[in-house]
Design a protein around this ligand. Structure first.
Ligand SMILES: C[S@@+](CC[C@H](N)C(=O)[O-])C[C@H]1O[C@@H](n2cnc3c(N)ncnc32)[C@H](O)[C@@H]1O
Length: 222
């Protein structure tokens, strides 16, 4: 397998997730808990990174298994949960193998997130649940100047889907590894095209009010 984008910044990401951006990740985890609900059973932590959500998944009663492309990220994650190095768009799991999949803050890290959603749908058991949680596609991206959280400025780049390092924040994830953008309609259409039913949608943000996270719960029909 080739070098993954996060290999070179894995130590930085570990610090980012557990310290610098801990309040943001705490907020993401509380939305994840709300939409995923309780176990038991295996929950695939898709694009698990450093395993920042493993403890929360366990607290909810799930048995987490992490998958990520980056060996660097998995070095940290392996201390927190069982992990497999693999590609979200070609998962090393059988059809219908797991009752739950959670994918947190990763959809802008790959060129074809719809393919990852299709794979998540394939490995979900009938009645199983996918929770997607990501940066809000309307208010976060290269096209969004977030330097004033009460007055976010969106430019015409909303329609651009290619990878870019353009960011209002020169020290964030986007400026370090780049990011792809998936407009809102593309995200929702990817879920329905995978045969899943959107069962809940949640927006969340800092106190200022404009949401920076969009999460959805989707269920595989029985
Ligand atoms: C921003 S990190 C999020 C990590 C973790 N979910 C969290 O919330 O802290 C995005 C992760 O997605 C992983 N990733 C990107 N493309 C992937 C792919 N095709 N398959 C598996 N993992 C991938 C990266 O290696 C990285 O660890």
């Amino acid at each position: 397998m080739t070098t993954a984008l996060y290999d070179d910044i894995a130590d930085w990401y570990e610090e980012y997730a557990s310290d610098t951006s801990a309040p943001y990740l705490d907020r993401a985890r509380s939305v994840l808990a709300e939409l995923l609900g309780g176990g038991p059973g295996r929950c695939l932590d898709l694009c698990c990174g450093t395993g920042a959500h493993a403890a929360e998944l366990r607290r909810l009663g799930w048995t987490p298994v992490g998958v990520d492309l980056s060996g660097g990220q998995l070095r940290h994650a392996a201390a927190r949960l069982p992990v497999v190095r693999g590609d979200a768009t070609a998962l090393p799991f059988a059809d219908g193998a797991v009752p739950a999949v959670a994918c947190v803050l990763a959809h802008t890290d790959m060129p074809d997130y719809p393919a990852a959603i299709a794979e998540a749908a394939r490995v979900l058991a009938p009645g199983g649940r996918l929770v997607h949680l990501g940066v809000h596609p309307c208010f976060c991206g290269a096209f969004a100047d977030r330097s004033d959280l009460e007055r976010i400025v969106i430019d015409g780049g909303y329609a651009e889907r290619e990878r870019t390092f353009r960011s209002w924040n020169p020290s964030g994830v986007r400026a370090r590894v780049g990011a792809w953008h998936l407009p809102l309609a593309d995200l929702l259409n990817a879920v329905t095209a995978a045969g899943l039913t959107v069962t809940r949608v949640r927006e969340a943000g800092p106190a200022a009010g404009i949401p920076d996270v969009l999460a959805l719960q989707a269920t595989k029909p029985r």
